[in-house]
Design a protein around this ligand. Structure first.
Ligand SMILES: C[S@@+](CC[C@H](N)C(=O)[O-])C[C@H]1O[C@@H](n2cnc3c(N)ncnc32)[C@H](O)[C@@H]1O
Length: 208
C-alpha cells in the first residue's frame, strides 16, 4: 500500500524517473493555483496530491501489458486524472484525454503545452460527440456508473482493447451487476492507494 507522499513519489520515480517527477512537481504547483480559480479536485486531496491523484493514476500502468501500443483514451479527464499522469509516464505512446467542460479543457490544454506533452491530445467535447477511433486502452476515473461507461465507450473498443477503470469501493458490485457476457470480460484488482477501492480490469470489445 502507498499511504504517504514519500512512498507515492518513490513509486512514480520507479515508473517514470526524474523527468516524470519534475513534470509532476510543476503539475502539483499549478493544480494548487488553478484549484483556487476553479473547482478541479477536492481541497483536502491537495494535501496528499502524490497519493490521491498521481500514484492513484500511475497505478493503472502495470495493469496494461508492457508491449501494448496505440492510443490510451482517458474519459472524463477533469483535472487530468489519470490522463495527464499517464501522458507524462508514457511519453512515447499517444494519450487522448476526453473532457467536455470548457474551463477544464482550457486547463488540460495549458498543462499539456507547459509540460511539453507532444503525445497528449485533448479532445474537448462530450464523449458522445467524439469521432470513433480504436483505443488500445480505455481508462475513466469517477466518470460514470459501469453500465453507462461501457455503453458510451463501446464503439472505441476492439477485441484487443484493455480496460482499466478505477471504481472505488463499488468495483466488485458494479462488475457483479453487469450482463453475463460483459461480466466475463472483467475482474477487480486492488487499488494500492486505497485498500478499500478496486480497479475494474479487462480486455475485449464491448458490444453496444
Ligand atoms: C467527477 S469528474 C472526474 C474527473 C477525473 N477523471 C478525476 O477522477 O479526477 C468527471 C469528469 O467527467 C466529465 N464528463 C462528464 N460527462 C462527460 C461526457 N459525456 N463527455 C466528456 N466528459 C464528461 C466532467 O466534466 C468531469 O470533468
Amino acid at each position: 500500500m502507498i499511504s504517504n507522499e514519500t512512498d507515492a513519489r518513490s513509486f512514480i520515480a520507479g515508473l517514470g524517473g526524474a523527468e516524470a517527477i519534475a513534470k509532476l512537481e510543476v503539475l502539483a504547483e499549478d493544480l494548487r493555483a488553478e484549484n483556487a480559480r476553479q473547482n478541479l479536485v477536492s481541497k483536502g486531496s491537495l494535501e496528499e496530491v502524490w497519493v490521491r491523484h498521481f500514484a492513484d493514476s500511475a497505478q493503472l500502468i502495470p495493469h496494461v501489458p508492457r508491449e501494448t501500443r496505440g492510443a490510451w483514451f482517458d474519459l472524463g479527464s477533469g483535472a487530468g486524472f489519470p490522463g495527464l499522469v499517464l501522458a507524462i509516464l508514457r511519453p512515447d505512446e499517444p494519450t487522448v484525454l476526453i473532457e467536455s467542460r470548457k474551463r477544464r479543457i482550457e486547463w488540460l490544454e495549458a498543462m499539456a503545452r507547459k509540460l511539453e506533452l507532444a503525445n497528449c491530445e485533448i479532445e474537448g467535447k462530450r464523449l458522445e460527440l467524439a469521432d470513433t477511433r480504436k483505443a488500445a486502452v480505455i481508462s475513466a476515473r469517477a466518470f460514470a456508473p459501469l453500465p453507462k461507461l461501457l455503453s458510451l465507450s463501446a464503439r472505441f473498443s476492439t477485441a484487443r482493447t484493455h480496460w482499466v477503470l478505477p471504481k472505488g469501493r463499488s468495483a466488485a458490485q458494479e462488475v457483479e451487476e453487469l450482463p453475463r457476457k460483459q461480466r466475463k470480460m472483467f475482474h477487480v484488482e486492488h487499488s494500492i492507494t486505497d485498500d478499500e477501492a478496486g480497479i475494474v480490469v479487462g480486455q475485449g470489445k464491448v458490444e453496444a
